[in-house]
Write a protein that binds this ligand. Sequence first.
Ligand code: XMP
Ligand code: MG
Length: 180
Amino acid sequence: MNYKVGNVLISEEDIVSKVAELGKIIGEDYKGEDLVVVGILRGAAIFMADLVRNIDDRVNVSMDFMSVSSYGVSTTSSGVVRINKDLDNVIKDKHVLIVEDIVDTGLTLSYLKRVLLEREPRSLALCSLLDKKERRIADISVDYVGFDIPDIFVVGYGLDCAERWRNLRSVYSVDVLSQD
Ligand code: XMP
Ligand code: MG
């Protein structure tokens, strides 16, 4: 398949102000606390980098990362998730915030949540830049959401199509150019 970047769905300007807003709320919610921010590689890397810089220094922020992949067909998650890279640090008794680029069916996050809760963190919350609510299968609530989006495939600001376009500053739809 051949793809090209389509229309802007969320502009750089809107992303910048939303990430500032989320960082401010998270900063307020965790003030005076230690917080382990867990980014899910690779999609959340860019969002996470901007988000943590919008959490003020009343929060003692540390960063850790996980990489997961779902065993599944094409872009549909199967709900069975393989951990390719686990956290470097122990989260027992820590406040943990998982940061994702997008929640789609919710199967990845609900699995991750189960795995991390077994490690007995003090608390576990979820933050996602984008939420495709109408595709939800797993019953999962996301504590901090940037934008609700319709059921279309999007790229940019960390999100990719076959590893392309993560570097774009806005979020775009993707158009199919040809089937070959
Ligand atoms: P689930 O369905 O488990 O999966 O919530 C979430 C993961 O699916 C990927 N995903 C996308 N990636 N543009 C992307 O670049 C999209 O529109 C999209 N929708 C789902 C993504 O990897 C996410 O972590
Ligand atoms: Mg992802």
